[in-house]
Design a protein around this ligand. Structure first.
Ligand code: SF4
Ligand code: SF4
Length: 377
């Protein structure tokens, strides 16, 4: 039986030329994420899924590790097409190794022997057709780190845009100028997980904070719609000092960037921390407000955080979008995204009208016959 590694080594193509540098002696440098790995002949980068064969960089192509239909609020995007169905897909591998990863079965493939998720063979055209069949308005690359599989995301997004879909990345934000320029023409929405504001914490997860902060600034300046999320973990990133510095940084980029602060539940290898409480979230929300952020959302504890699930007008305090978890209870923005009471312009990407939600909870695509599981171990 073929191994997962041998299956993936066959489903590749050469890297996009702007994302690779020839270092001589059959060595290459990859620019697809902030690690910028120099990769000798016969070796893979930190992510394990981009590798050097014969002095050329090969990258994942032609499969997905899974698809799911999500309310866009789950990504989370709260200022982009509220209520839309976000057809979500992922590949395998990640450039980080977070101990609390909820998607470790796909993200840690080829790194953790317990992470086994058989890929499905698929074309960009078939994926977009399936997304349209499900009623999706948005197509999102997520579940693994989308930056490291950018060539495939761009191929899918080209089809998606031709079909009138909106596109998005749910990412750790460990980008480079090269990869952000490459994806920019095909991407509308970008969510970055800002996991901490301490470089030592990022080292524990396998990264550095510098490229992530630079990428956040760059994504915002490029005009992509950006939202940030921080999973609040006790004794990891929840000190007043760290949250103060984190939210001041976000405010220095723009006070209009929505910041989601979400509750942690034990997962994967991080089982020794208690769950986040309502009081923890409320303290983080207050710190964000002091930094000047206008749109702060407390997540993962539906119905327990008061108005911190809703979108309110910063000028007149009118509740514009009322939520319970991912469910939209009430929507009152004008077609051009203004407060109906005082006409304040709310930043975001708004549909001309809110036409309800297909779902407020995830479901698997109704028909899977277009996809063939590639078996391996
Ligand atoms: S995507 Fe990142 S981790 Fe993977 S090879 Fe490229 S630079 Fe290295
Ligand atoms: S960056 Fe995201 S996908 Fe990668 S290991 Fe961390 S939580 Fe998982």
């Amino acid at each position: 039986m073929p191994t997962l590694r041998s299956i993936l080594e066959e489903r590749v193509r050469e890297a996009e030329p702007s994302l690779v540098e020839d270092l001589g002696n059959h060595r290459v440098r990859c620019f697809c994420c902030g690690h910028c790995c120099p990769i000798p002949e016969g070796q893979a980068g930190v992510c394990k899924v981009r590798f050097n064969r014969g002095g050329k960089l090969y990258v994942p192509w032609g499969y997905t590790a899974g698809m799911q239909c999500d309310p866009i609020e789950k990504k989370p995007f709260f200022h982009a097409y509220p209520g839309a169905l976000a057809y979500s897909f992922g590949m395998l591998g990640c450039d980080l190794h977070c101990g609390y990863c909820q998607n470790w079965v796909t993200s840690q493939a080829l790194r953790d022997p317990n992470a086994i998720s058989p890929p499905l063979e698929i074309s960009p055209e078939a994926m977009v057709r399936d997304a349209l069949d499900q009623g999706a308005k948005v197509l999102v690359s997520t579940y693994n780190e989308p930056l490291i599989t950018s060539e495939w995301a761009v191929a899918v997004f080209k089809e998606a845009k031709a079909a009138g879909l909106v596109t998005g990345f749910v990412s750790n934000g460990n980008g480079t100028p090269q990869v952000l320029e490459y994806i920019r023409p095909w991407l509308d929405l970008y969510k970055v997980d800002l996991k901490s504001f301490d470089d030592r914490h990022y080292h524990e997860l396998g990264g550095r904070i510098g490229p992530i902060l630079e990428s956040i600034r760059r994504i915002h300046s490029m005009g992509l719609w950006l939202e940030l999320v921080t999973l609040l973990i006790h004794n990891f990133n929840d000190s007043d000092d760290e949250l103060g510095r984190l939210t001041e940084f976000v405010a220095s980029v723009s006070v209009d960037i929505p910041w989601h602060v979400t509750a942690f539940h034990a997962d994967y290898k991080m089982n020794d921390q208690r769950n986040t409480t309502v009081e923890d979230l409320q303290r983080a929300v207050e710190i964000g407000k002091q930094a000047g952020l206008r749109y702060i959302y407390a997540g993962n504890l539906p119905g327990m955080v008061g108005s911190a699930e809703h979108t309110q007008c910063p000028r007149c305090a009118e509740t514009l979008i009322r939520r319970y978890g991912y469910f939209i209870e009430n929507y009152s923005l004008t077609p051009d995204g203004r407060c109906p009471r005082c006409s304040y312009q709310i930043p975001g990407r708004w549909a001309a009208e809110f036409d309800g939600q297909i779902t407020d909870r995830p479901f698997l695509p109704h028909r899977r016959s277009r996809f063939v599981t590639i078996t391996g171990r």
